[in-house]
Design a protein around this ligand. Structure first.
Ligand SMILES: N[C@@H](CCC(=O)N[C@@H](CS)C(=O)NCC(=O)O)C(=O)O
Length: 215
């Protein structure tokens, strides 16, 4: 039995979707990650940062949302969440997963939590430059989504990359999942709507507070 420690709407969403699709037995254990709440010392033993997600598999403890998502997607191919290692689109899948986690996610953090990245008492310069970079990054993602026919990075095949993208965008109140609150990224919006074509993914998105696409 897997134990996924997470928080609704947070970085646990992507691995949560993969677990739900995998049909493997799992338990979702909520962790309160509010700023004003001290981390449970028992949880800090599992995740030294006190962040979510953490996946516990017997004696093994794994962190990092993208890594957990890719690991589970590979382990449960019937979940159809990643191309197999010999699939011609495998490299694109890896490229987008890494880009999303080390470029989009990092830039979002700089934009939202600029004060953690500078000693300047006024962090606005950090946030503003990250916001400008974010626009460029979203343009690159929009172009990537246009490379193949279909709503997803890999065309018609949904993968963890599409969930990961919309999970991260959902954290930014100015952009939102599917870039709904911003103009100019229609393919990102389409990828969000298309996530709901799978009942297992839709179930977890809704549970995590992501709105269903309007008809
Ligand atoms: N690099 C980590 C980052 C995880 C992360 O930032 N999680 C946030 C929620 S989305 C968190 O736990 N924040 C609470 C905290 O930093 O104390 C991953 O991708 O798994």
């Amino acid at each position: 039995m897997y134990k996924l420690y997470g928080s609704l709407g947070a970085a646990s969403l992507a691995p949560h979707c993969v677990l739900e699709a995998s049909a493997a037995p799992y338990e979702f254990i909520p962790v309160d990650i509010s700023d004003d709440v001290e981390r449970d010392p028992e949880y800090l033993k599992l995740n030294l940062h006190g962040r979510v997600p953490t996946l516990v598999m017997g004696d093994e403890i794994m962190m990092e949302s993208a890594a957990i998502s890719m690991y589970l997607a590979d382990k449960y191919p019937k979940a159809q969440m990643s191309p197999r290692v010999d699939d011609p689109r495998r490299w694109e899948y890896l490229q987008w997963m890494i880009y999303l986690t080390n470029t989009l996610q990092e830039t979002m953090l700089l934009k939202r939590y600029g004060s953690g990245y500078t000693t300047d008492p006024d962090p606005s310069a950090v946030s503003e430059s990250a916001a400008a970079r974010l626009v460029r990054i979203l343009g690159i993602i929009e172009a990537g989504l246009g490379k193949h026919d279909g709503a997803f990075f890999l065309g018609d095949s949904l993968s963890t990359a599409d969930i990961y993208l919309n999970m991260i965008l959902g954290w930014d109140p100015e952009i939102g999942a599917g870039a709904k609150d911003a103009e100019g990224w229609p393919k990102i919006g389409k990828s969000y709507d298309a996530l709901f074509s799978r009942d297992d993914v839709a179930r977890i998105l809704v549970e995590n507070g992501f709105p269903e696409p309007s008809a």
